[in-house]
Design a protein around this ligand. Structure first.
Ligand code: UDX
Length: 454
């Protein structure tokens, strides 16, 4: 099948390459000429496992091409996947739909009869219907369908090739048939295919993200209670997660969620629900957001307490800048937000990340960065573990203890092994685990352990 994929960001680049890989003829379109030139040369604009190989292969096969022209796209195909961004508006919590509208307006004069625009972007419920109305005069024979994207950064290619479900919202049998044909390979592989109306499809996406965000904030709220009650949130999470109705995933007490989706999607959902008169139903999302943001300030407060009440003149090693492991994305990254706050409050911060240093530096040039873990930790008064990279599991705590000024670890992601770190002389602290703190050595003991002054 011939199709265009408009918007070559995270979702669009991966979707275009995957569609070409399963045999379709794909034209990727973007207004950014530089990006189009590099994609045409087979270079991905993002770091994503397996994407470089996939792009190189599909571009070389001739099934994947790129262009900056919507007119060329309309001439090339009748099926147009729309994958442009829907960021948070600068003046409110609602989604900014200017890019979605610009694509539809740009395509409209060129569309051939019988065209299908398939939105993949996360949008407020009612967007497909609004766009169809917008097209009623300029391209009346065009249908607007919605096919939300559920891919996760870090496993985007795999999530697209073997999704857990496909959801399409359509208004005609024709559109359903087109989308079934697009995804035949996945449907034959047994992927559940939910065909519904556009409003339901739009809502499935925001409902899924809201549920996951709520699950994360729920366990972080429990961690706060555990901190006060002297209980262990990690054990609590495992114990409630063993109930198959609850399940253990997305239930790790830690620093909370970030990235380009969860934070903005739950805010936009709440804003849209208010607009349509259903705001009360999702009031809890404001609390989910507040709990999530609070984990960052709690980490900063705890770091300050561990350093005796002030950051001035203190050196802090920050392990992790990406919003999650496997990604170089620092958008709304909890790790980087904490690092920036520590610096702003007077600490001397050195940040390490296996992949995200370039992006982190661009966003926060005021921070110091280290290319290896040892350099980041040299002479540190405190080590903060803020992103769950597997590299950090491989750290030898005894060797690292010899490099720092004080062997004090705040494991804000709650995923390093407290026993091996404690055994190597570290005072280990983690959210929701007050009992770990009792291993805190005094400053003098810490100094004795490292052989240096505290
Ligand atoms: C998410 C959705 O999973 C995906 O379906 C949607 O299309 C886009 O948004 P992504 O942003 O790539 O994908 O990240 P995900 O792996 O879902 O993690 C989101 C955030 O939650 C990360 O910051 C992660 O660190 C955090 N998280 C996850 C927790 O804080 N605790 C957990 O227990 C799990």
């Amino acid at each position: 099948m011939r199709m265009t994929v408009i918007g070559t960001g995270y979702v669009g680049t991966v979707h275009a390459a995957c569609m070409a890989d399963i045999g379709h003829q794909v034209l990727g379109i973007d207004i950014d000429a530089e990006r189009i030139a590099s994609l045409s040369a087979g270079r991905a604009p993002i770091h994503e496992s397996g994407l470089d190989e996939l792009l190189a292969r599909t571009v070389a096969s001739g099934r994947l091409r790129f262009s900056t022209s919507l007119a060329e796209g309309a001439a090339f195909a009748r099926t147009h996947f729309m994958c442009v961004g829907t960021p948070q508006r600068p003046d409110s919590k609602a989604a900014d739909l200017r890019y979605v509208d610009a694509v539809v307006d740009g395509l409209a004069p060129h569309l051939r009869p019988g065209s299908l625009i398939v939105g993949k972007s996360t949008v407020p419920v009612g967007t497909a219907a609004r766009l169809a109305e917008r097209l009623a005069e300029t391209a009346p024979d065009t249908e607007v369908a919605w096919n939300p994207e559920f891919l996760r950064e870090g496993s985007a290619v795999q999530d697209t090739m073997r999704p857990e479900r496909l959801v399409v919202g359509v208004t005609s049998r024709h559109a359903e048939a087109v989308l079934r044909a697009v995804y035949t390979r996945m449907i034959l592989d047994g992927v559940p295919f939910f065909c519904t109306d556009p409003a339901t499809a739009e809502l499935v996406k925001v409902a899924a993200n809201s549920f996951l965000a709520t699950k994360i904030s729920f366990i972080n709220a429990m961690a706060e209670v555990c901190d006060t009650a002297g209980a262990d949130a990690s054990v609590l999470a495992r114990a409630i997660g063993a109930d198959s109705r609850i399940g253990p995933r997305f239930l790790e007490p830690g620093l909370g969620f970030g990235g380009s989706c969860f934070p903005k999607d739950i805010r936009a959902f709440a804003a849209r629900a208010e607009e349509i008169g259903a705001g009360e139903a999702v009031v809890f999302l404001h609390e989910v957001d507040r709990i999530n943001t609070r984990q960052r300030s709690r980490a900063v407060d705890r770091a300050r307490r561990l350093l005796g009440g002030s950051f001035t003149g203190r050196r802090i090693a920050v392990l992790g800048a990406a919003f999650k492991p496997g990604s170089d994305d620092v958008r709304d990254s909890p790790a980087l937000a904490v690092a920036a706050a520590l610096h702003q409050q007077g600490a001397e911060v050195r940040v390490h990340d296996p992949q995200a240093v370039d992006n982190a530096r661009a966003a926060h040039p005021e921070l110091a960065y280290a290319l290896d873990i040892d350099k980041a930790c040299e002479d540190a008064d405190l080590v903060l573990h803020l992103t769950n990279w597997p590299e950090y599991q491989d750290i030898d705590p005894a060797a690292l203890a010899a490099l720092v000024r004080s062997p004090v670890l705040l494991d804000a992601r709650n995923s390093l092994d407290p026993r091996s770190w404690s055994a190597a002389g570290w005072a280990v602290h983690a959210p929701g685990r007050p009992r770990l703190s009792s291993t805190t050595p005094s400053k003098a003991k810490a100094a004795a352990l490292t052989g240096g002054a505290s």
